[in-house]
Design a binder for this molecule. Sequence first.
Ligand SMILES: [Mg+2]
Ligand SMILES: [Zn+2]
Length: 360
Amino acid sequence: MVNVDAVTRREGQGPTPPSSPLSSSSSSSRSILPPITTLFVWDFDWTIVNCNSDEYVPSHFLGDAETESRLRDMIIARGHERWHECVSDLVNDCVAEFGLTLYDVLDAASSMPYLTDVRGAIEDVGRDITCGQAIISDGNDSFIGAFLTKNGMDAYFTHGVMTNMGRWDDNDQYVDEKVDEAVIGGGGGDAGDNTRVTSGKGKHVFRVVHQSSIYGGHTSAHCPPNLCKSQVLLDILDRTTETTNTTTKTTTSTRKGRPRVVYVGDGSNDACPALHVLNERDVLLARDGRRICNPNSMMGVQLDEEDDSALTGDEFGILPTIERRKKKEGARHPRCRVQTWNSGRQLRSLVRDILNEASS
Ligand SMILES: [Mg+2]
Ligand SMILES: [Zn+2]
């Protein structure tokens, strides 16, 4: 595998490659995390960034229409559960067709659009020493890491960036490894390695290893094979002790349990932890309403839309998914408090209220 840290890069040529703690999803998943009172959990696509990273990166090179057309054809042929294999192949096609290196791809990832007040909300939480923050995303740590590093945001996520693992291989080395595997009869890879290399002409080859492979898979019927956010959140909580120090004149007592969770998300796969993990003490900040149109044409910091009528994209999926599951399966309503937001301004206001109520 290419050691991105060891490769000498020219000044100003894109983002610094992601480093620890972004690799924590694979290397230190059982480590103990700092004790806190409140854990803020952030989804990434359409929450921290105002786009879908898996679509934004190939669109940066191919354009929206071509990306949509190629992805649609691959998904129809292979099935939606092989989403990350399709995205990897599309990225490798970009690398081959445009003569890209991995740094060109990471540079594109680092330019994803984000709302200034969403970043402000993350910074507000970061100033509160009783809180920790984590990302749970079904994107990949290569794109997410490039974005966080370029924008100076990686240090805020004290409790990890838990996502699929993006891997970059040197093409020659990668082909040799695959040949060796075939010769010894070990080809095919493990269940979590959904690599396919179709282009094979680029210097670097991208693949995505499923996050769930670090747990040996998951059993949630509602979640795609790459990731169950309930599984990940329970693991983070299992490794995080709540600190609730009560000090009187003579004694200090500490209650040990799990920290309160504030979960920020927009997608249908955020419904799983909302229904199955969050309890009465917790808060779900669910993105509601519609998305902006043409998100892939935006870059970097982005102000909220002044005019709501500009929001003509698809509806955010989390609340309709929860409603659908309640109707179809009699799933329980989330036990936690549910508050909705669409703009960064609304989200930041809700986050500030939560921080204030916790400190009063
Ligand atoms: Mg999302
Ligand atoms: Zn799940």
